[in-house]
Design a protein around this ligand. Structure first.
Ligand code: GLP
Length: 252
């Protein structure tokens, strides 16, 4: 695993955008796995600017989002689909039909999850997966105690995850209690994974993910079993790492 620690989130975000840009230049037909959340804001801002400048193009890209709240439509301002339109899709040249987000308002959420998993496989699998991390170590919406081999499915959200995401809603009671998420098994099939975490509120989850045991109690620790993972951190998120000096040396 590569662990890259930057002085601040701005520089970390630029590095993540560099990795995505490099992937698109190397293979314009890349299949991207995309994430939502505050962590992604700076990365998408940089990608939008580069696309506007003609430096990169999403025209031939296929993109699959990690997760979506059950019950929310793409038009709901709190939905991840809405986030993706506002932060990326509406501002780059990606084709509408190539920008996939699970339909939170599907009549049958389980069937939608199964359809999404098949669509990823039909696209040839994910080349580059972007990830954030929850304070409890979740990736996507794979909460602690879930199977490390799980596939795309509907899951029940923990109270702590609903509280952490409540600022996207009017009040905690409005945060849906379930979601569709790519499974950890699905995520681990991506050819390359980049996980970004910024801020001290992520330090404990990052320490557990990178230096703790592989355990369902920290879903991100499953990434230790992947052969091409890069963690992009700022000082705050790296604060709990015992081997910080080693990572810094290895990065040079
Ligand atoms: C949510 C999402 C995750 C995301 C995490 C961190 O729970 N389902 O995919 O990584 O929050 O979000 P943030 O970047 O806002 O801290």
């Amino acid at each position: 695993m590569k662990v890259l620690i930057f002085p601040d989130s701005a520089r970390g975000s630029i590095h993540a955008a560099d990795i995505v840009s490099g992937a698109l230049k190397h293979d314009p037909d890349s299949v991207l796995g995309l994430a939502t959340g505050d962590t992604m804001d700076g990365i998408y801002r940089a990608l939008v600017a580069r696309c506007a400048a003609g430096d990169i193009s999403f025209r031939r890209v296929e993109a699959f989002n990690l997760d979506e709240y059950v019950g929310l439509s793409a038009e709901d301002p709190a939905s991840y689909h809405h986030y993706m339109r506002g932060h990326l899709f509406d501002h780059v040249d990606i084709r509408d039909e190539a920008a996939h987000v699970p339909a939170g308002d599907a009549a049958d959420a389980d069937a939608e999850a199964a359809r999404f998993e098949k669509a990823i496989a039909a696209a040839g699998g994910i080349d580059l997966q972007l990830l954030g991390i929850g304070r409890n170590g979740h990736v996507g919406f794979n909460e602690p105690s879930g199977s490390l081999a799980s596939r795309t499915r509907t899951v029940w959200l923990s109270r702590s995850t609903r509280e952490a995401n409540a600022h996207f809603f009017n009040r905690l009671d409005d945060v849906p209690s379930s979601a569709i998420t790519l499974g950890l098994g699905t995520i681990r099939e991506a050819r390359r994974i980049v996980l970004c975490a910024f801020g001290t509120h992520k330090a404990a989850a990052i320490a557990a993910a990178i230096e703790g045991p592989v355990t369902a109690m920290c879903p991100a620790s499953a990434l230790q079993l992947h052969h091409d993972v890069t963690f992009i951190l700022d000082d705050g998120a790296a604060a709990g790492l015992a081997l910080r000096d080693y990572y810094d040396e290895a990065a040079h």
